[in-house]
Design a protein around this ligand. Structure first.
Ligand code: SAM
Length: 278
């Protein structure tokens, strides 16, 4: 046992927390597993943790038992609040709960650095939240690391290498300013109810500075344009950048006949610098 609170199956029964698909609710009920996920984030003792979608609180309990200084948990489903309040009472002053949509709430008013983000994300908003965390204008961001559960397929896009099917916009956004690796794989049966697909936990650490210089907005736009038409040669996919796109690609050390998935992060950054200058 990691704490003296009731087992999660009892919590779910007591508060009638029948999982809702519309909220991406696939709960983790094994507290040894949630503690293991918390440990993937490293030493939490001096850190505030932001958790999105605590649900009945399995991962929340893992985070608190692993020594997080404070956890801010943002949950959309008000049915989960009584279960979360019970956890807050067992860890006085260490769990702060906000009810609402994580896409609408600015968590920064409630957090003190150093901050780590750890979550079993709802599938419907997971990628959008990740992109927001990866694309602030200024770097380093407000968080030190992200330890996030995703569908396996999304996790593979984050850690992909050039030339692979999974390589794309998410790969480049993540790897430009972070180290990213898959640290755990989970079969559908680890969740209640089991989802249709496998899942994986990705750990991303914010680098002190981007790997290569580039303007974030220019890089983000050119990567999006290149992968929007990933089967096309770049000279066609990037036609919108004006007449001399071939010359600009060559200046960046890129063959105009190459396709987006063949281009490394370093080359995309070089292209963003050429485009910015132009
Ligand atoms: N952390 C719990 C666990 O591991 O068992 C639950 C994870 S479940 C995959 C996702 C949770 O996110 C659900 O509790 C769901 O209600 C919540 N959720 C869904 N959309 C949300 C949103 N936009 N903002 C905050 N929470 C959301």
């Amino acid at each position: 046992m990691i704490d003296a609170l009731p087992p999660l199956r009892d919590v779910i029964a007591a508060h009638d927390l029948k999982a809702r698909k519309s909220l991406g609710q696939n709960f983790l009920l094994d507290l040894n597993l949630t503690s293991k996920i918390a440990r993937q984030a490293g030493d939490l003792s001096g850190c505030d943790v932001l958790e999105i979608g605590p649900g009945p609180g399995g991962l929340t309990r893992g985070l608190l038992a692993s020594g997080a200084r404070r956890v801010l948990a943002i949950e959309k489903d008000s049915r989960c609040l009584p279960a979360l309040e019970q956890i807050a009472a067992a860890y006085p002053g260490r769990l702060h709960i906000l009810q609402g949509d994580a896409l609408d709430i600015d968590p920064l008013d409630h957090l003190t650095p150093p901050i780590r983000i750890i979550a079993n994300l709802p599938y419907n908003v997971g990628t959008e939240l990740l992109i927001r965390w990866l694309t602030p204008h200024d770097w380093p961001p407000f968080w030190q690391s992200l330890t996030l559960m995703f569908q396996r397929e999304v996790a593979e896009r984050i850690v992909a290498t050039p030339g692979s099917k999974a390589y794309g916009r998410l790969t480049l956004l993540a790897q430009w300013r972070c180290d990213a690796r898959i640290v755990m794989s989970l079969p559908p049966g680890a969740f209640t109810p089991p989802p249709k697909v496998s899942s994986a936990v990705v750990h991303l650490t914010a680098l002190p500075a981007p790997r290569y210089p580039a303007d974030p907005d220019v890089l983000s736009r050119v990567v999006a344009a290149a992968f929007n038409q990933r089967r096309k040669m770049l000279r066609s996919a990037l036609k919108g950048y004006g007449a001399d796109i071939e010359g600009k690609l060559v200046s960046a050390g890129i063959k105009p006949t190459d396709r987006a998935e063949q281009i490394s992060l370093e080359q995309f950054c070089a292209l963003a610098r050429v485009l910015k200058q132009a």
